[in-house]
Write a protein that binds this ligand. Structure first.
Ligand code: RB5
Length: 144
């Protein structure tokens, strides 16, 4: 039984193919909810970041995955939303630390510079990691 009931996922055109690969892989084990985009056609990433963050905040025991070309635009957009802690992650170690130290509730991935295989491992590393409560005070200061 996973600690996560739902995984929300969204991308822009730059992350569309990677989003498909992640959904294909993780749907076997998790309830993965696809919030778009639905094609390679150019779209505006903040629209999808906002949509996903709203769902993450409204659903306990969930987290979000955003994918754009670099992961940068999506993370900037997501981190404008109160109580969202989005980490733009391109390595397994950072995925682990984003959970352990930052209690990230959204991962932002790169569809253009990181392979699908590596992004799958990044998400697995995040799921397997636990928040270390000694960092809670820093998270409280973030939301003051
Ligand atoms: C879209 O071309 C690209 O700018 C976007 O996917 C993302 O990388 C922005 O940060």
């Amino acid at each position: 039984m996973s600690k996560y009931n739902k995984i929300f996922i969204a991308s822009d055109h730059g992350g569309f193919e990677t989003k498909g690969a992640l959904i294909k892989y993780f749907s076997n084990k998790y309830n993965v909810i696809d919030l778009g985009t639905n094609s390679n056609e150019s779209v505006d990433y903040p629209v999808f970041a906002k949509k996903l963050c709203k769902e993450v905040l409204n659903n306990d025991n969930s987290f979000g995955i955003l994918v754009c070309g670099t992961g940068i635009g999506m993370s900037i957009a997501a981190n404008k939303i109160k109580n969202i802690r989005c980490a733009n992650v391109t390595s397994l170690e950072f995925a682990k630390l984003s959970k352990e130290h930052n209690n990230a509730n959204v991962l932002s991935l790169s569809g253009r510079f990181v392979s699908d295989e590596e992004n799958i491992k990044i998400v697995e590393s995040f799921i397997e990691s636990e928040f270390e409560k000694r960092h809670q005070n820093r998270l409280d200061i973030l939301e003051e």
